[in-house]
Design a protein. Sequence first.
Length: 519
Amino acid sequence: MRTAKPEAAFAGGRTGRFRRGAIATLTSQVIRAVGQVVLVPVFLAAWGQQLYGEWLMLSAIAAQMVLVDMGVTTYVLNRLNQDYATGELERFTRTLHSALHWCLRLCVAAIALVGFAAYALPVEHWFQLEIVGHGTAATVAILLAVQVAAQVPYGLVTGLYRTVGEYATGMTVYNAQRVLLIALTALVVVAGGSLVQVALAQIVPLAACLAWALADLRRRHPEISLGTARREPGLARSFLGPSSLFFLIRGSQAASIQGTTLIAGALFGPAAVTVFVTLRTLCNLVRQVASSFANALWPELTALEARGDLETLRRVHALAVKVITATCIAAAVTLRYTGEVVVELWTGGELAYASGLMDALLLMLVLQAPWTTSSVFLVATNRHRPVAICYAITSVLGLGLGFLLARSMGLSGLILGLLAADLAVSAWIVPRATCELVGESLRRFAGRVLLPALPIAGAIWFTAGAAARIAAGAGSIGSTIAVAATVAVVAPALTYLAWLDDYERGRVRSILSRFTARA
């Protein structure tokens, strides 16, 4: 069954779609950042460091449920995008119904398994929970698991907007859900709500936004059949092979993020988890900004590779690595001088500052920036096998090294273990694979893109230190403002004038002019 209507959704307007998608995704990251900034002091003030740490531990356990779709959602949405763009609505419907049925069954089974394990296993002893009892811990774990597992069918439904050329609309729905989640969570915590009540409240925004998205899609896109009646078991099983590498990537990422949280809790207790997660969250704000542009850029990278335009792809690769790495360097230098003041203001002085842990997190932020940016090019062009293998190896190796180093070095050793695994595997395998994709040698790429980062980083570090010394008499707040302002001027100027080439400077001017013209 073919129809001309879906094809019209993808006729022209690529720049406009990218701009709207980038703005919506950047807005999403801002909302997430604001939520993290707001909720941490709210939790600490209402619950204290110990109880908040126990909540984080239970959240880390439930967060593993995000892997329940086994990578099917990413693969299926790509297929649906292709089917809709070519007008293959019959195949679109069968794929969608099969995927929805698969995801719903897996979610129910996973929630049941978590429920059994939560009540049968002594999780409160394993993770040194002192305030939360066994019954409460089990109930909270199940409610959080329901919330996380429901994200799978929710993500598939809201992802349909991307398949019909409305990526920005899907992100807007997601943004609304995040705003409601933050507001309800803060309201319930401030009102004296318990862990169970907070977990219940967090399910409400998800259900409300899912209901709205279903109604909106049915109203504006009657050509899309939502349901499971046209499912085909054989078709659903065929998703597993191609999606396994996406699952491996997501699983390895989740294992590294949540695994370090669980190791920190097992070795040092919930109070240490609060410090660890808070500082990591602060450092990850920069990653979230970078990912917003990467997600919006994704379809354009796919198109460049499909057309065989390797020269443009090669130039975009170099520009993306330079800009994102420079952003991470600037953020790391700023936080190195101002982190203690920022954390004190953020948490109201409720949280002790761990300088060694912060240094390790900032070092990892900078050194991971080049290869994680390169990995987007491989994933966007379905060349993600090296990325999946690297993530899997570094996750296992990094957690093992981190566990060993943490026993002697504390929380900073946990991060240094992950970083050592990254440098040994991903930091060179992923860029090499990306260079092969775009037709460039790794040696040339390192010489013209990576090595110039060293003097740029040194110059930014020197000017930030000079600003801190000059403003030392103005107090901690004055010094923080001076350092941040200095880096905000020096880092972009050095990057633009000394690191970018003529083509890259032209592209930056063009992108900025398009955004400012429509602001």
